[in-house]
Design a protein around this ligand. Structure first.
Ligand code: ASP
Length: 138
C-alpha cells in the first residue's frame, strides 16, 4: 500500500490510498483502500487518514472514519483516537488478526502514524519542512 494524508495552507484535508491488495487475494476482491471510511477518509473538521493492513478488518471497523468520529464526538486528539482504534479496536475485531496501521494528519497539522505491526514504512513532513522517516517502532 502507498497512502498519504495532507493538509494544505487553506485548511483542506485530503487522503489517498493505493494498493495491490493482499497476497494471493481472491479474484475480484475489493479491499479497504478504495472504500471511503474504511481505508481512506478525510474531513476538514477532524483529520485525514490513510490505512494499510488486513483490509477486511479495516472495512469491518470502518477504521479511517472511526478515528475521525472519535475526534468529532468524543473530542479525542488524533493521537488518542488512532491509538484507540489501531491498538485496541482493530485487534479485537480480528481476534488478533487485525494487523496494520495508518498515516494521518489533523486539521492543526499534527501528524500521527500509528501501527500495531512490528514495522510500517513511513515518512512525514511538517509545515517547517522537517522530514521524518521511519521503518520500525521508534
Ligand atoms: N489494505 C490492503 C488491502 O487489504 C493491503 C495493504 O495494506 O497492503 O487490500
Amino acid at each position: 500500500t502507498v497512502g498519504c494524508a495532507a493538509l494544505d495552507k487553506h485548511g483542506n484535508l485530503a487522503a489517498g490510498t493505493s494498493t495491490g491488495g493482499m497476497t494471493n487475494k481472491r479474484w475480484g476482491r475489493i479491499g479497504d483502500a478504495p472504500i471511503i471510511g474504511a481505508g481512506t477518509y478525510a474531513n476538514n473538521n477532524t483529520c485525514a487518514v490513510s490505512s494499510t493492513g488486513w483490509g477486511e478488518y479495516f472495512i469491518r471497523g470502518m477504521v479511517a472514519y472511526d478515528i475521525s468520529a472519535l475526534m468529532e464526538y468524543k473530542e479525542l486528539s488524533l493521537a488518542e483516537a488512532a491509538k484507540e482504534v489501531i491498538q485496541k479496536k482493530l485487534p479485537r475485531i480480528g481476534n488478533g488478526e487485525g494487523n496494520g496501521g495508518i498515516v494521518a494528519v489533523d486539521k492543526n497539522g499534527n501528524i500521527v502514524m500509528e501501527f500495531n505491526t512490528s514495522g510500517m514504512y513511513r515518512a512525514a513532513m511538517n509545515d517547517k519542512g522537517e522530514l521524518y522517516i521511519g521503518m520500525y517502532k521508534d
